[in-house]
Each structure stands twice: as C-alpha cells, then as structure tokens.
Design a binder for this molecule. Structure first.
Ligand code: SF4
Length: 366
C-alpha cells in the first residue's frame, strides 16, 4: 500500500470508491491488494465498487443475448475456444446462418426484453463482401426491432469498420482476453497487437468498442491488472469479464483459481480501474460464481442471458428473477415491460427442489 493509504480498513474501501467516483484509478499496489490481500473483506469491497457503478448506471442491469451466427470452422488456435482448429471439443460446426434465421433470432432476443443482440462469427475476420452482408443485417435488425446491435467477427480494419458504421452498428467486440505478456501462451495465429488494432479501427470509425478478458487461464494478478489498465487506456466503454469455462477438448483448462471470491475481486478491480464503463459479468458466471452470482451485480451492471457461444447458461427467467431478487432493475426494451406485467401477479414462492409439490412425499397424501 502507498504511504497515503488510509490506515483504518473501512477508510481504504471508502478511499477507493471516492477516487473511482472522481475518475482516478487505484495504484498498482492497491490493485494487487484488491486481488490478493488477505485482509480484504468482500462486502466492503463490493460496496465500494458499487459506488461508481451506481453513479454511472443506478440500479439498472443491461441484458445481452449472444447469437453464434457461424460456429467452428475457424483457422485460429485460441486455446480457450471450442471452435479453434485444434480443439477436440464436440461441437456442431456450421457456416454463416441464413439471413432469415439471424433475423428470427434477433426478434426472439428483442422479445426476451434484451437491451442488446450480439452477433458472433467464428473465424479470423470477415472479408469485405461478408462485412457488407453483415451490415445489411445490422440495418434490418435495427429497423425492425427495439434492440441495439453488436458484432464480434474477428480482426477488422478501417474498410470493414466504415461499412459497419454506415449500417448503424452500435458496438464492435474484440476481447483482449489476457495480457500482452501471456498472449502467445493462448494463441499463436494472431497477436495481441492485431487485437488492439481492431479496437482502434472501430474507434477511428466512430463505432463503440467492446473488449474484455477471460480470467482463469493461468494468469498472475499482474496480467489481470495489465488488461484492466489497457482497457482504461483504450477508453473501452464496454468490458465483458469472462471466467474460463472448462470445455473438454480445449487446450486451455481451468487453472483452479476461480473461486466465487476471486471472480468478485476481479470484477471489483475492473470497476475501480474503469469506473464509468459498462462492465459485464460474462461467460462462466453461473459455474464459477454459483450462489454468489447476485453479488456480481455490485461491480458489474450487465450480463448475458441464455448462454454463451458454445455452452449453456441459466434460462432468461431464472436470471431475471435473480436480478429482481437482489433489488436491481432490468434495463429492458419495450417488450420487457410486457414480460414484467405478465409476471407481476405470480406467486413469488419458489418450491424447493423444483416440480409443483411442496409437501414432502412421505408427508403428502397419496
Ligand atoms: S476465439 Fe474466435 S478466432 Fe479464436 S478460435 Fe475461437 S472463433 Fe476462432
């Protein structure tokens, strides 16, 4: 800790929150303390991370739906991804879905009340021709449904970004995933610099960038901190924080670091370093945070529903219930209001163990 760090432990958290509210990032020593400190207490840390989150977003939670519009068939070798060319994961591979199928899925996402629809294509990056087709889809989705559109399609330059900007794309996603130092450990077919260049092309052409990381790939605290600060330097307004989903057949497997507490500390660090960014608790939230999922809504203000690229997530109703039970509000579209109204008269009691029988079998009448 620095000499100016307050000595009273509660003052430490308050100091972090106040500086985040003023736009000031933690020092490197404080960042390490947030991730590793033995004396860190989770509730004051989360409360401190909540202060800048509340200032920027209130109690709202943005909901995103992912659609894997092209799966597998990728020439790249990102070791955490079940679509990579060397993965033995048992996934279905398909080329880009039809325009009709993509439109139908965008409609379903809008009708689930989601704020954003994220189209994801496997592959190194799209050709210009493919980008024009995606641009046409972006325009049609935005004309027909009350939903923002994001795209994650690999490496892109100015020409691609211009086409997509003209089509009305809201955000371009390209995750840094890990630190520059560790990049070669997870991928050999492209570089960290390639990824940064794609984010810069989006920004140059007036498209909001979206970029985050995957925690739990054998990195050190210094790597998580480096990514958090790089995203701050790049002024990335949307940051998904994934926790590695261990998929059988992938080269990168669970490193054993991902306790619920570690996930919550990483999310809190991301918030202190990027106080006004939309921070998304992304892939792996269900499996790694488990019963602690609602606590992630204190540093994070956004999540995915209905699963990830190749793996399942909690159903949308369950996630909406979790958000409401924790006292947060879903920042949904106009369809969400109808979902809410339809549910408002329902009993709030959840029958333990599922099913519709409350009495124990040995107590209930036959
Ligand atoms: S992350 Fe993207 S580029 Fe890398 S292997 Fe998966 S689909 Fe291909």
């Amino acid at each position: 800790m620095s000499e100016s760090t307050p000595s009273n432990s509660l003052d430490r958290y308050r100091n972090l929150a106040e500086r985040a509210l003023a736009g000031e990032a933690p020092s490197e020593a404080e960042a390490i303390w947030i991730l590793e400190g033995d004396d860190v207490e989770l509730l004051p840390l989360l409360q401190a991370a909540y202060e800048p989150r509340r200032a920027a977003f209130g109690r709202k939670v943005m909901v995103h739906v992912l659609n894997n519009v092209q799966n597998g068939l990728c020439p790249e070798d990102c070791g955490y991804c079940s679509q990579n060319k060397d993965s033995a994961a048992a996934i279905r591979k398909y080329a880009m879905k039809s325009d009709e199928a993509i439109m139908a899925e965008a409609e379903a996402a809008a009708k689930a009340g989601a704020t954003r629809y994220c189209m994801v294509l496997s592959g190194r990056g799209p050709t210009v021709e493919r980008t024009k087709r995606i641009g046409k889809l972006v325009r049609e989705i935005k004309e027909n449904f009350p939903i923002e559109v994001c795209l994650s399609a690999g490496l892109m330059g100015d020409e691609h970004a211009q086409i997509l900007k003209e089509a009305g794309l809201d955000r371009m996603n390209h995750n840094l995933n890990t630190s520059e130092r560790r990049y070669d450990d997870i991928t050999s077919t492209h570089t960290y610099a390639d990824r940064v260049a794609t984010l810069e092309a989006a920004k140059r052409n007036g498209i909001e960038s979206c970029s985050g990381m995957i925690v739990g790939m054998g990195e050190a605290s210094a790597d998580i901190i480096e990514v958090a600060f790089k995203l701050r330097e790049l002024e990335v307004p949307s940051i998904p924080v994934n926790f590695l989903i261990p998929i059988t057949g992938n080269q990168v497997q669970n490193d054993g670091s991902l306790t619920p507490e570690h996930c919550l500390r990483a999310l809190s660090l991301m918030r202190f370093v990027n106080p006004t960014a939309e921070i998304r608790v992304a892939g792996g939230r269900e499996g790694h945070l488990r019963t602690m999922q609602p606590f992630a809504l204190y540093p994070a203000n956004s999540l995915f529903v209905e699963g990830y690229l190749t793996t399942k997530g909690d159903p949308v109703e369950e996630t909406y219930a979790m958000i409401r039970d924790a006292g947060f509000e879903i920042d949904g579209n106009e369809f969400y209001d109808e979902i809410e109204t339809a549910k408002s008269g329902d009993s709030q009691f959840r029958i333990p163990g599922g099913g519709d029988q409350l009495l124990k079998p040995e107590i209930a009448e036959a």
